[in-house]
Write a protein that binds this ligand. Structure first.
Ligand SMILES: Cc1cc2nc3c(=O)[nH]c(=O)nc-3n(C[C@H](O)[C@H](O)[C@H](O)COP(=O)(O)OP(=O)(O)OC[C@H]3O[C@@H](n4cnc5c(N)ncnc54)[C@H](O)[C@@H]3O)c2cc1C
Length: 485
């Protein structure tokens, strides 16, 4: 294993190149890897700035779409149908069905990885919105099923159960819609925090994949039975267009683009080395890396195409700005996937999805920043430090229980020194370096005038954000990357 020790070096890929003879043992790890001889000098392209106008426009479009759904349900009704037995219940059911389905499509779009939205809002916030919205389609679709059954039963002057059997047996594709509803409820229940904690991430993820099947199953019963669509070719065409556009967006950004990007860059693992106890850097080399549009602090979903690993994609932040032909991530062995990365064979092909995330220099609102990284949370901080605009006044605070555990110590020192910033390395126990209000103010007296970037364990992040607020840092200047969705 190669340890970062001496001398201080800020070139993250030097050991891969064999440019630094002071990093012994690396060439041995490279055995069998296809090494490239061009020095890594061409940086990757910088992404365009976040586009808040595009996000605002998307929000307005979502609102208008919701209004259109309500209008669809209202215009499909007549006053005589409403005043007939079961009329209001049927109307309520149709309205709930249309709006519930529409919200489901919006939930899909929130996680469709649309680059401009990802870059501007950040994946963590998009996932939070997705999660918050999640309960409403379930409530609305439950109301849809109940009210339609009730309304039809009243209209036919029959029992609710009898009407239900008629709906299932005689109405086109209703049985498929019921299966779809079951799949949606399963996905929703397994996303409740208490349930989610009990199941493995991979199980939860696989259950979520069935939501796509659920939508496919539910689609046809709407067109076959929906009062807004039967005999209304224009609204039918608009509804189909909305579904096709949503499906197309998901397929393009979640499947086609990652596949094309992975094929284009043809990444392979060329080095795996230890940065600190239990923390490994994985260096990949590929084609056209200089064409990657990425900012320091962003992450990719990484799929290492090795036996038993190819089916899982995991998010890891870049721990250095890419330098053609190299990319580097740094991973702490947390569970089965990350532990296996330590034994990743050299030459393993790698597929990537991304870059994602808004934890970048673009989030900054002032010309002074405080970068705070603890544990493996230092990875995006390290890349962000490298990418930060040169005129920005940077202070970095890192904390670890021992010097050995200070990941990228030499690289960070070198980057901070080169830009004339300040570095506080806190080595010792949490009690010795609590990073509470008093301690942080002493370390960084002008913290309230800075943008603060925080990455580390959840409890550390929560405490730091609370401390910064108490010290007067406004919310729009606190930027946090969480290593959990
Ligand atoms: C935006 C982001 C950036 C990250 N960057 C880094 C990094 O630079 N270095 C690093 O060491 N870690 C990083 N992580 C954390 C890393 O993704 C998880 O530690 C890793 O996926 C754990 O997988 P596992 O199978 O080893 O462990 P497990 O024991 O299976 O999982 C541990 C926890 O990690 C989370 N997790 C597991 N699989 C996934 C997945 N596919 N997607 C999202 N979360 C998952 C779950 O909350 C789970 O409870 C990042 C996470 C996020 C969300």
């Amino acid at each position: 294993m190669v340890r970062y020790s001496q001398p201080a070096h800020s070139e993250p890929f030097a050991n891969v190149q064999g440019l630094s003879p002071s990093w012994p043992g690396v060439s041995a790890m490279m055995d069998g890897a296809e090494m490239q001889s061009t020095p890594p000098t061409v940086p990757a392209r910088r992404p365009p700035r976040p586009n808040h106008r595009a996000v605002d426009a998307a929000a307005v479009a979502v609102g208008l779409g919701m209004g259109a759904c309500v209008a669809l349900a209202v215009t499909a009704e007549t006053s005589s149908a409403l005043s007939a037995p079961g009329g209001w219940a049927t109307f309520g059911g149709r309205l709930a069905g249309l709006t519930g389905t529409y919200l489901l499509l919006i939930m899909l779009l929130l996680i469709a990885r649309i680059p401009v939205i990802e870059r501007t809002v950040g994946q963590d916030r998009l996932l939070r919105w997705h999660r918050r919205l999640g309960q409403w389609p379930i409530y609305l679709l439950t109301a849809h099923a109940l009210l339609i059954t009730l309304g039809y039963a009243e209209q036919a002057k029959t029992g609710v159960w009898h009407e239900f059997t008629i709906l299932v047996g005689s109405y086109a594709d209703v049985l498929m819609a019921i299966v779809a509803y079951g799949l949606l409820v399963t996905a929703a229940v397994t996303s409740i925090r208490a349930a989610r904690r009990r199941i493995r991430y991979e199980t939860w993820w696989a259950i979520h994949l069935y939501v796509y099947l659920a939508l496919a199953l539910a689609f046809s019963h709407q067109l076959a039975n929906g009062a807004s669509f039967v005999g209304h070719p224009l609204t039918r065409a608009m509804w189909v267009a909305l579904w096709v556009a949503t499906a197309g967006t998901v397929v393009i950004f979640r499947v086609v683009l990652p596949l094309a990007r992975s094929a284009w860059h043809d990444l392979r693992v060329v080095g795996v080395h230890e940065e600190a106890p239990g923390v490994m850097s994985i260096v990949c080399s590929g084609r056209n890396v200089e064409g990657l549009v990425v900012a320091g602090g962003q992450f990719f979903q990484w799929r290492f195409l090795a036996r038993g690993m190819w089916w899982q994609a995991h998010p890891y932040s870049l721990s250095a700005m890419p330098k053609s032909p190299y990319l580097r991530v740094t991973v702490k062995a947390a569970g089965d996937h990350s532990r296996r990365l330590t034994r990743l064979p050299i030459g393993t092909r790698v597929a990537i999805e991304g870059p994602y995330g808004a934890f970048t220099r673009h989030a900054r609102n002032t010309n002074k920043v405080l970068l705070l990284g603890v544990g493996v949370g230092i990875t995006p901080i390290r890349a962000l430090l490298e990418d930060m605009d040169p005129w920005v006044d940077v202070t970095v605070v890192t904390r670890a229980s021992s010097v050995e555990d200070l990941i990228f110590r030499d690289e960070i020192r070198s980057l901070v020194t080169n830009r004339g910033g300040q570095l506080h390395e806190l080595v010792g126990s949490r009690r010795a370096h609590p990073l509470d209000q008093r301690h942080l103010r002493r370390l960084v007296p002008d913290v309230a005038q800075r943008d603060v970037y925080v990455c580390g364990p959840a409890d550390f992040g929560d405490a730091l954000v609370a401390t910064c607020r108490r010290l007067g840092v406004p919310d729009d200047r606190i930027h946090r990357e969480q290593f959990a969705f």
